[in-house]
Design a protein around this ligand. Sequence first.
Ligand SMILES: Nc1nc2c(ncn2[C@@H]2O[C@H](COP(=O)(O)OP(=O)(O)OP(=O)(O)O)[C@@H](O)[C@H]2O)c(=O)[nH]1
Ligand SMILES: [Mg+2]
Length: 442
Amino acid sequence: MSRATIFAPATAAGKAGVAVVRVSGPRAGAALKAIAGRVPPARLAARVRLLDPAGGEPIDDALVLWFPGPGSFTGEDVAEFHIHGSRATLAALLEALGRMPQSRLAEPGEFARRAFEAGKLDLSQVEGLADLIAAETHGQARQALRQLGGALGRAVEELRARVMRLRALAEAEIDFPDEGDVPGGLGAQLGKPLGELAGEIANLLASAARGERLRAGFTVAILGAPNAGKSSLLNRLAGREAAIVSETAGTTRDVIEVHLDLGGWPVTLWDTAGLREGIGDGDPHRALEAEGMRRARRRAAEADLRLVVVDASAPSIDGELAALAQDGIVVFNKCDLARAGDGMRVCALTGEGFAALEAELAARAGASLGGGAADAPVLTRARHRAALEDVRGALERAAKARAPELVAEELRTAAHALGRIVGRTGVEDLLDVLFAEFCIGK
Ligand SMILES: Nc1nc2c(ncn2[C@@H]2O[C@H](COP(=O)(O)OP(=O)(O)OP(=O)(O)O)[C@@H](O)[C@H]2O)c(=O)[nH]1
Ligand SMILES: [Mg+2]
């Protein structure tokens, strides 16, 4: 039984100069022949008139490309139609493709899934592709491109090959305990290579915090006393009225989140409720304010950076804010009203001082997210980190074990955990979740 031929738009929906429709599967060539009239030479664009095979109606004047398998993205025969990007043209082509035998619209991520199944991409590369499509900043795109290029997969495969070699030594010791004995036995043979492996895995794990953060963005909590101008500052940085501003103290209750690109770095800002000590017992909104402050404190603890906003016309930093400012930055707002304060001065009303503030935030984000050699593999997901933690544990136990059976078993566990990162082993349940991250046509 041959598998279905799938098709889908590869470009985003809507009016555009060009839309690309991709077809993959055993009947891709037949679809080209039926709609474009011919199959052009491999990997060379050909200009053709597309006709609906059902009634001979013209669909478009278009470019088509032919990528015979296995030298294609999915490893199958692939055809691409580059048509004019109108909804009507796209609909007519999809309809004609839908009438081809054993053909259907692709599910989200199905092209990438076929590429994975054909061994064209390992799982870490599939994740890189998903991240690249979702990237919003240059830094994110660069990291995703590196992973799509296979940097992580190659590093993991290399580690796995070394673990397998050590495992073979341990297995040989089980089968032929007396042959080729080395002074000191198995432990002496494996001690050094196991130590080297452990060191490299520790290095990779150290890259995890940076890699995951670059995916998620650098987080900044905006904190301060009620009415200091936190929401005004957020709006000014965002360039829009993201949060409500008013002269009433205690306006913000929930955390307002805004995503920015500062100097190429992804930055997430959290505007929070004003923090103050002692809430009036008689205040009917007491519980509300307390809940807002609880949420503010949680974000303060979670954030990569704390930005404490102080009203320059009433510049007091009490105990809690002073403590939060310790490993954060203090910004004096309302500098149109007063010049007080020793630190960065801004005016959310006029925008004064914001260029310096943005530069400071970008520098902090860059220092936290950047660094590391440009082509060094980086762990970008919690999944990678969990697998490598398992590898580290198994190697530690292997180093301590005496019996060759135990050593071999721990090394098998380590190799298996490494295999999970690239999708060789134990990932069946993960595949559906991962490929669903893609939209249709990827
Ligand atoms: N003169 C002056 N007024 C400002 C400035 N920034 C904010 N304000 C005013 O200060 C008041 C409070 O501003 P918000 O941005 O709501 O302050 P907040 O810190 O978010 O307040 P809460 O959410 O209640 O904690 C509003 O009336 C703003 O218009 C500034 O730079 N100069
Ligand atoms: Mg506010």
